[in-house]
Design a protein around this ligand. Structure first.
Ligand SMILES: Cc1ncc(COP(=O)(O)O)c(C=O)c1O
Length: 411
């Protein structure tokens, strides 16, 4: 990339982040310890007002989702409902546990799982039918009782989570909120996305709204689930390594009481997270300013549909939709032209039911979930990262509008 290229994403790392990492490097303790504990406490405090949540720092949201499902009792043959319109982590964790994935289509006009489609899927499964039925009457896919649903707060826009919760409670399903994009996202009544279901999982991957390079946080208000997550996160060992190695009086003895995983977050990364958490409001403000500039530029332009938004949107992504009916250029060629102009863009997401692994496993075809395909074929994610300068935002807008003008079909 040349010097003037605008990357799709870039973490906002300042002097405080550098100093925090150096502090840990010089401290004599690199892995999970004081910093990770402090990060968890500060995260819990940030979410205060929703009742007592417990927070567990982990090495990725993928690990967090795996722990969340395990702690919800998902096991071999259990069915878990997952939107097709998401990143692969949301579904693969079901397979880690030998569960079966049932994909749910997107609510038209949004990028979120469709509550109506969710309920229809659950009812089919409860009647003992296969998970999918095409308009032509072909029935296929896994059979069994649904045990959980994983709504995704796509792009940082809070999901219509109360509708999902009501359905889940009616059919006795656990709810794991995939809040990978949703820090800090609030529902209209002020509740935080990620704190409403049985478990919520945030991602701190390098492109996310808060980053620790790799990492995540699992939160839960449940009475039982947190204990299990705490245990499984560190090999199923009944006490923390930090105590064993740093307290010279501590007993060397430990007991393994479950088959756990190594999903802990090292202090080196937690230190980064603490600084980013303290900056959360400022980082959100910068993303909102960029998104607002995009909204103003593209709203009312016949070639585009701006993404749905609301007051509590964390604005992690800016998924602009092309109105293909007014353009002579395909979405893929549009992307190539944006990239050729030195602007990084992406596509969120390629629906999972199109992926060879899931197609082969469940006999799915792209057209089986038409609303997800409709979004996929039209969407382009524009760059939206806190360090973007006003001139860069203007250049993205100008680049996109120019390509549309050059390929406009007559009105
Ligand atoms: C919706 C969604 N869920 C989960 C994840 C997994 O996050 P991580 O990379 O922290 O494992 C991602 C990552 O991009 C994501 O987009």
């Amino acid at each position: 990339m040349d010097d003037t290229a605008i990357p799709f994403a870039r973490p906002f790392i300042g002097q405080e982040e550098e100093e925090a990492v150096l502090r840990v490097l010089r401290s004599g303790w690199l892995t999970t310890g004081r910093e990770a504990l402090a990060f968890e406490e500060e995260f819990t405090k940030f979410l205060a007002g929703v009742g007592p949540v417990q927070s567990f720092a982990v090495n990725s949201a993928t690990s967090g989702l795996h722990l969340a499902l395990e702690a919800c009792g998902i096991g071999s043959g259990d069915l878990v409902l997952v939107p097709s319109y998401t990143f692969v982590s949301t579904a693969e964790v079901v397979r880690y546990l030998q569960g079966e994935v049932v994909f749910v289509d997107t609510q038209p006009g949004t990028f979120h799982l469709d509550p109506e489609a969710l309920e229809a899927s659950i009812q089919r499964l409860m009647r003992g039918e296969a998970a999918y039925k095409t308009p032509s009457g072909r029935c296929f896919g896994p059979r069994g009782l649904p045990k959980a649903v994983i709504p995704v707060h796509y792009g940082g826009l809070p999901h219509n989570i109360d509708a999902v919760m009501a359905i889940a409670r009616r059919y006795d399903l656990k709810v794991v909120e995939d809040a990978a994009h949703a820090f800090p996202s609030r529902l209209e009544d002020g509740r935080w996305a990620g704190t409403i279901g049985d478990v919520g999982v945030f991602s701190f991957y390098a492109t996310k709204t808060l980053t620790t390079a790799e990492g995540g946080m699992v939160v839960s208000r449940d009475a039982e689930i947190p204990r299990r997550i705490g245990l499984l996160r560190s090999h199923g060992i009944d006490r923390s390594v930090w105590n064993r190695y740093t307290d010279t009086q501590a007993s060397w003895y430990y007991a393994v009481v479950a088959a756990g995983y190594k999903y802990n977050m090292p202090d080196l990364l937690a230190a980064l997270g603490r600084v980013q958490l303290a900056r959360a409001a400022a980082l959100l403000d910068r993303r909102i300013r960029i998104a607002t500039a995009y909204d103003e530029a593209f709203q009312g332009d016949r070639h585009f549909s701006v993404p749905p938004t609301g007051p509590g949107d964390a604005r992690h992504l800016y998924p602009l939709r092309l109105n293909r009916e007014t353009l002579s250029i395909s979405r893929d060629a549009f992307i190539q032209q944006i990239q050729a102009a030195g602007v990084g863009v992406s596509v969120h997401f390629i629906p999972l039911h199109c992926m060879p692994y899931y197609q082969e496993r469940y006999g799915l075809k792209a057209e089986d979930l038409p609303a997800s395909m409709e979004s996929f074929h039209r969407v382009i994610s524009l760059p939206i990262w806190p360090g973007m300068q006003g001139g860069q935002v203007d250049r993205v807008i100008e680049t996109v509008k120019t390509i549309a003008r050059e390929h406009a079909l007559d009105a």
